[in-house]
Design a protein around this ligand. Structure first.
Ligand code: FAD
Length: 92
Protein backbone atom coordinates (compact mmCIF):
# COMPACT_ATOMS: atom_id res chain seq x y z
CA UNK A 1 0.00 0.00 0.00
CA UNK A 2 2.80 2.36 0.88
CA UNK A 3 4.58 1.78 -2.45
CA UNK A 4 1.26 2.35 -4.26
CA UNK A 5 0.79 5.63 -2.38
CA UNK A 6 4.31 6.79 -3.25
CA UNK A 7 3.80 6.05 -6.98
CA UNK A 8 0.43 7.85 -6.92
CA UNK A 9 1.98 10.87 -5.17
CA UNK A 10 4.78 10.93 -7.75
CA UNK A 11 2.27 10.93 -10.64
CA UNK A 12 0.15 13.62 -8.95
CA UNK A 13 3.20 15.83 -8.36
CA UNK A 14 4.18 15.60 -12.06
CA UNK A 15 0.59 16.41 -13.06
CA UNK A 16 0.45 19.41 -10.71
CA UNK A 17 3.67 20.74 -12.28
CA UNK A 18 2.10 20.45 -15.74
CA UNK A 19 4.62 17.78 -16.76
CA UNK A 20 3.88 14.79 -18.96
CA UNK A 21 2.87 12.02 -16.56
CA UNK A 22 1.24 9.21 -18.56
CA UNK A 23 4.04 6.80 -17.61
CA UNK A 24 3.92 7.78 -13.93
CA UNK A 25 0.10 7.51 -13.90
CA UNK A 26 0.33 4.10 -15.61
CA UNK A 27 2.88 2.88 -13.05
CA UNK A 28 0.69 4.08 -10.17
CA UNK A 29 -2.49 2.58 -11.65
CA UNK A 30 -0.81 -0.73 -12.45
CA UNK A 31 0.94 -1.16 -9.10
CA UNK A 32 -1.93 0.08 -6.91
CA UNK A 33 -4.58 -2.08 -8.59
CA UNK A 34 -2.42 -5.21 -8.53
CA UNK A 35 -1.81 -4.50 -4.82
CA UNK A 36 -5.58 -4.16 -4.33
CA UNK A 37 -6.12 -7.63 -5.86
CA UNK A 38 -3.34 -9.19 -3.78
CA UNK A 39 -4.36 -7.48 -0.55
CA UNK A 40 -8.07 -8.22 -0.92
CA UNK A 41 -7.23 -11.88 -1.58
CA UNK A 42 -5.08 -11.93 1.57
CA UNK A 43 -7.90 -10.28 3.56
CA UNK A 44 -10.35 -12.89 2.26
CA UNK A 45 -8.04 -15.68 3.38
CA UNK A 46 -7.49 -14.14 6.81
CA UNK A 47 -11.22 -13.76 7.38
CA UNK A 48 -11.96 -17.29 6.21
CA UNK A 49 -15.70 -17.97 5.88
CA UNK A 50 -16.51 -14.48 7.19
CA UNK A 51 -14.62 -13.02 4.21
CA UNK A 52 -17.06 -14.80 1.88
CA UNK A 53 -20.16 -13.47 3.63
CA UNK A 54 -21.91 -10.38 2.28
CA UNK A 55 -22.32 -9.25 5.91
CA UNK A 56 -18.71 -7.98 5.85
CA UNK A 57 -16.85 -5.48 3.66
CA UNK A 58 -14.08 -7.95 2.78
CA UNK A 59 -16.42 -9.77 0.37
CA UNK A 60 -17.08 -6.52 -1.56
CA UNK A 61 -13.40 -5.55 -1.66
CA UNK A 62 -12.50 -9.02 -2.98
CA UNK A 63 -15.20 -8.74 -5.67
CA UNK A 64 -14.41 -5.14 -6.64
CA UNK A 65 -10.59 -5.31 -6.77
CA UNK A 66 -10.30 -7.23 -10.10
CA UNK A 67 -12.41 -4.57 -11.83
CA UNK A 68 -9.72 -2.02 -10.97
CA UNK A 69 -7.24 -3.94 -13.12
CA UNK A 70 -9.63 -3.77 -16.12
CA UNK A 71 -11.42 -0.38 -16.07
CA UNK A 72 -9.85 2.90 -17.18
CA UNK A 73 -7.15 1.10 -19.17
CA UNK A 74 -6.39 -2.55 -18.50
CA UNK A 75 -3.17 -3.37 -16.73
CA UNK A 76 -1.88 -5.12 -19.86
CA UNK A 77 -2.26 -1.79 -21.69
CA UNK A 78 -0.61 0.04 -18.78
CA UNK A 79 2.40 -2.26 -19.13
CA UNK A 80 2.63 -1.44 -22.86
CA UNK A 81 2.43 2.31 -22.15
CA UNK A 82 5.09 2.08 -19.42
CA UNK A 83 7.44 0.06 -21.66
CA UNK A 84 7.00 2.41 -24.62
CA UNK A 85 7.66 5.47 -22.47
CA UNK A 86 10.70 3.92 -20.78
CA UNK A 87 12.20 3.12 -24.21
CA UNK A 88 11.37 6.60 -25.56
CA UNK A 89 12.86 8.36 -22.53
CA UNK A 90 15.96 6.17 -22.40
CA UNK A 91 17.20 5.71 -25.98
CA UNK A 92 19.97 3.11 -26.35
C1 FAD B 1 -17.33 -4.47 -14.38
C2 FAD B 1 -16.91 -3.53 -15.48
C3 FAD B 1 -17.38 -2.22 -15.47
C4 FAD B 1 -17.01 -1.34 -16.49
N1 FAD B 1 -17.48 -0.06 -16.44
C5 FAD B 1 -17.16 0.81 -17.41
C6 FAD B 1 -17.61 2.16 -17.37
O1 FAD B 1 -18.30 2.58 -16.44
N2 FAD B 1 -17.27 2.99 -18.38
C7 FAD B 1 -16.49 2.57 -19.43
O2 FAD B 1 -16.20 3.37 -20.31
N3 FAD B 1 -16.05 1.29 -19.49
C8 FAD B 1 -16.35 0.40 -18.51
N4 FAD B 1 -15.88 -0.90 -18.58
C9 FAD B 1 -15.18 -1.33 -19.79
C10 FAD B 1 -13.69 -1.42 -19.58
O3 FAD B 1 -13.12 -0.16 -19.60
C11 FAD B 1 -13.19 -2.32 -20.71
O4 FAD B 1 -13.67 -3.63 -20.43
C12 FAD B 1 -11.68 -2.33 -20.76
O5 FAD B 1 -11.20 -1.09 -21.25
C13 FAD B 1 -11.16 -3.45 -21.66
O6 FAD B 1 -11.70 -3.33 -22.93
P1 FAD B 1 -12.43 -4.57 -23.62
O7 FAD B 1 -13.42 -5.17 -22.66
O8 FAD B 1 -12.90 -4.11 -24.96
O9 FAD B 1 -11.27 -5.65 -23.77
P2 FAD B 1 -10.29 -5.85 -25.00
O10 FAD B 1 -9.73 -4.55 -25.46
O11 FAD B 1 -10.98 -6.74 -25.98
O12 FAD B 1 -9.13 -6.67 -24.28
C14 FAD B 1 -9.34 -7.99 -23.75
C15 FAD B 1 -8.10 -8.39 -22.98
O13 FAD B 1 -6.96 -8.41 -23.86
C16 FAD B 1 -5.95 -7.55 -23.37
N5 FAD B 1 -5.30 -6.88 -24.51
C17 FAD B 1 -5.89 -6.17 -25.50
N6 FAD B 1 -4.97 -5.70 -26.37
C18 FAD B 1 -3.76 -6.10 -25.90
C19 FAD B 1 -2.42 -5.93 -26.34
N7 FAD B 1 -2.12 -5.23 -27.45
N8 FAD B 1 -1.43 -6.47 -25.61
C20 FAD B 1 -1.71 -7.17 -24.47
N9 FAD B 1 -2.96 -7.39 -24.01
C21 FAD B 1 -3.97 -6.86 -24.70
C22 FAD B 1 -6.66 -6.55 -22.48
O14 FAD B 1 -5.77 -6.02 -21.52
C23 FAD B 1 -7.75 -7.41 -21.85
O15 FAD B 1 -7.22 -8.12 -20.75
C24 FAD B 1 -16.17 -1.79 -17.56
C25 FAD B 1 -15.69 -3.11 -17.54
C26 FAD B 1 -16.04 -3.97 -16.52
C27 FAD B 1 -15.50 -5.40 -16.53
Amino acid sequence: MEAARLLTDSAARAYDKGLRCDMEAGMAKYFATEAAVENSMEAMRIHGAYGYSKKYNVERLYRDAPLLTIGEGTNEMQRLIIAKMLIARNPA
